[in-house]
Ligand binder design. Structure first.
Ligand code: NAD
Length: 479
């Protein structure tokens, strides 16, 4: 039996969780509702002592949790899932407050995370047996110890539970650090988890940007699973080197979408647009460059512009398709791409060169028509609703153009000739390539970046090994 819906959960006060107990702090900060610009609730800023205490508790919990058979761990994870589902409406409300996402979009995350949990519940770790004339070799995968999970602000629930569940399944204990911009849902998820798991199995420390380095340099944390920007990912890897921690780095992307001349223009145009503007472009694998065959360039762009004009941007309750940019720092960063495109005289196919200023951090989706290859909007990840299109004629040349980036997270190829689309897709240097779909990561497939988009990967059958050491027992035969 999982705990029933209990009234002790307060949805208007928030705390870190250390050793199974609420932990406040002298210093506090507040998130901002990006749809209104209003400050949200206070949350404590964890300090070094909080981190040290959490690590001690996680180490202690690891001694028993790592010995619990996987099937029993799955039972506890299932109870946690059921308990979480009791509160999915409250979680959706909270996610709308902290991210400004339209309610139906927020629900895709709060409810969709169950698919991630269920997939992991279907997995087992392999045990491989090899034998020769003198010995038997048994390869197993054993948990690492204490995992630090450092998360970004664009999908606070999926991206934190996407680390917590495989870490727990494989017998690790985990300390989550949410983004300072979106601490609320993560802190509540971890609070709920305390009613299922023993103290120290899952903990949360939120705070400011001083906190990440406290985790990445801590001698008793064995692994950091980090999702965030390429720049911070490099700092995480450098810091982790001091203790030779394992790292999984899920970083930024500059995803190319290549459109073949045979596509059904009316059908594909809205898909291309949604690939770029899903979650207002704040998706690591959102389409960030669109290469359309010259023969259909004008017509496709026209259809994309028409569809983009129908997209409603607004606050969670407004029936909008897109919400605001999640925070002021990112809102200002995205505006620099508008300013640069305007200053260089690029053509705005749809959207205005200046972002309308209001209370919330809203930006209308914008398409830049054929900027040069060396433009910022082609070279960098804006992480907002602005995307460039360019024409192409030669297959080899467009593959080179798509691959001409330091990033390699996702890519798309669109074409009725699926064989040709797949042939091109196989040559794109990215961890996840989608044929005739925009980028839709799924729990069934390992997700990770090539080049500077990351190290290692998570999810899929292979992803759980990222939370393990290989352990080989060589048993020599008695003569
Ligand atoms: P960010 O790198 O600024 O922050 C990510 C996390 O790192 C936050 O929790 C932050 O507090 C923490 N942090 C900051 N400095 C740190 C340090 N020195 N050491 C350790 N941790 C530190 O990223 P963001 O702005 O939160 O997220 C947006 C970026 O994340 C985009 O580039 C996006 O493409 C990328 N992203 C990647 C994936 C993926 O799976 N590949 C998914 C979502 C987002």
């Amino acid at each position: 039996m999982s705990p029933s819906k209990v009234s002790t959960i307060a949805w208007d006060s928030f705390h870190n969780t250390v050793d199974g107990k609420p932990r406040g702090g002298k210093e506090k900060h507040r998130g901002v509702n990006p749809a209104t610009g209003e400050e949200l609730w206070e949350v404590p800023i964890a300090n070094q002592q909080d981190v040290d205490d959490a690590v001690v508790s996680a180490q202690k919990a690891f001694e028993s949790w790592s010995q619990v058979p996987m099937e029993k761990r799955k039972e506890q994870i299932t109870k946690f899932k059921e308990h979480y589902l009791n509160y999915v409406d409250e979680m959706t409300d909270l996610l709308c407050e902290e991210t400004g996402k339209p309610r139906q979009v927020a629900e895709m995350e709060t409810k969709g995370v169950v698919g991630f949990i269920d997939f992991h519940l279907s997995l087992t770790l392999p045990e491989e047996r090899e034998e020769d004339h003198e010995k038997v070799m048994l390869t197993r995968y054993t948990p690492l110890g204490v995992v630090g999970a450092i998360c970004p602000w664009n999908f606070p629930i999926i991206l934190s539970l996407g680390k917590v569940i495989p870490a727990l399944l494989t017998g690790n204990t985990v300390i989550i650090k949410p983004s300072p911009y979106t601490p609320y849902t993560t802190l509540k998820v971890v609070e709920l988890a305390q009613e299922i798991f023993a103290p120290g199995v899952v903990q949360a420390v939120g705070g400011d940007d001083k906190l990440g380095p406290m985790l990445t340099t801590h001698p008793n944390i064995q692994k950091i699973s980090f999702t965030g920007s390429i720049a911070t990912g490099k700092k995480v890897m450098a810091a982790a080197a001091s203790t030779l921690k394992r790292v999984t780095l899920e970083l930024g992307g500059n995803d190319a979408s290549i459109v073949l001349p045979d596509v059904d223009i009316k059908k594909v145009a809205p898909e291309l647009v949604m690939g770029a503007f899903q979650n207002s472009g704040q998706v690591c694998v959102a389409t960030k460059r669109i290469y359309i065959h010259q023969d259909i360039y004008d017509e496709m762009l026209k259809e994309m512009v028409e569809f983009t004009k129908t997209i409603k941007t607004g606050a969670p309750g407004s029936n909008a398709l897109l919400g605001p940019i999640q925070n002021k720092m990112q809102y200002e960063k995205v505006q620099t791409f508008f300013a640069d495109s305007k200053a260089k005289g690029y053509k705005f196919a749809v959207g205005a060169p200046e972002v309308e200023q209001g209370k919330g951090y809203f930006i209308q989706p914008t398409i830049i028509d054929n900027p040069p290859n060396d433009s910022r909007i082609i070279q960098e990840e804006p992480f907002g609703p602005i995307v460039p299109t360019q024409p192409w004629t030669d297959e080899e040349e467009v593959i080179r153009r798509a691959n001409n980036t330091n990033a390699g997270l996702g890519a798309c190829v669109w074409g009725k000739d699926v064989e040709r689309a797949e042939r091109i897709g196989k040559r794109l240097q990215a961890g996840s390539v989608f044929v005739n779909s925009w980028e839709k990561p799924t729990p069934q497939a390992i997700f990770g970046g090539h080049k500077e988009s990351g190290i290692g990967g998570e999810w899929g059958k292979e992803g759980i090994k990222a939370y393990c050491n290989a352990h080989v027992l060589h048993t020599y035969k008695q003569k």
